[in-house]
Ligand binder design. Structure first.
Ligand SMILES: [Zn+2]
Length: 206
């Protein structure tokens, strides 16, 4: 799903891949290359947070800038480490240890335990976090990344075949031969260009 209003596309097929695909802001705008609006927009679009919570978080850069920027820095580190990891994974190369550190750092904050909680009719199991820091917002992304990285050589993490595109995707196709992040973004463009090329050659040859 490419959603132009979000400023990013959710074509990755896995949470961590979509996160790795988050674009960088133009270099001059801010110290961080990941935007706060983009980060919150992502958390909301992927339903990690509700729209009410997203609105609350939007205001955090004003109400608690220190926490907001700490989260933004961690998110940016995570995004960059995922890009390195997935690039190596897609190329079947060894993933450097240092590039999984930011993933482990986020996994570490998700310590907690299950607890039985009473619901209206019966009992349910609820996960109780030991710490309730904002880093929790990145936990599902880190978990998703860890699962992908353990796929190793058999992985279906791929880099789009369009050299001008740097999006990753998960190849869920039956034949495992998908080449494009999305048909509408890159596949069609390529087919049109290839057709024009063939057509042009034939015309010149005729
Ligand atoms: Zn692409």
């Amino acid at each position: 799903m490419a959603n132009p209003s979000l400023g990013f596309s959710l074509v990755g097929g896995r949470l961590a891949i979509d996160f790795a695909n988050l674009p960088s802001l133009p270099a001059s705008t801010r110290a961080n290359s990941l935007g706060w609006e983009e980060l919150i927009g992502f958390l909301r679009a992927t339903r990690i947070v509700s729209s009410e919570r997203a609105e609350e978080l939007q205001g955090l850069t004003e109400s608690d800038p220190r926490s907001a920027y700490a989260l933004l820095n961690r998110a940016e580190r995570l995004r960059d480490s995922l890009r390195v990891s997935f690039d190596r994974l897609a190329k079947k190369q060894r993933i450097p240890h240092e590039s999984v550190q930011p993933i482990n750092e986020v996994l570490r904050v998700t310590e907690g335990h299950d607890e039985l909680v009473a619901t209206s009719r019966s009992w349910g199991i609820e996960y109780i976090a030991r710490e309730s820091s904002l880093d929790w917002l990145l936990a599902a992304v880190a978990r998703s990344a860890a699962e992908l990285i353990t796929e190793g050589e058999a992985t279906r993490v791929r880099l789009c075949a369009n050299p001008a595109c740097s999006l990753f995707f998960y190849d869920n196709s039956r034949t495992h031969r998908r080449r494009w992040c999305s048909m509408s973004l890159c596949g069609n463009r390529h087919k049109v260009a290839a057709f024009a090329r063939r057509h042009g050659l034939r015309k010149r040859g005729a």
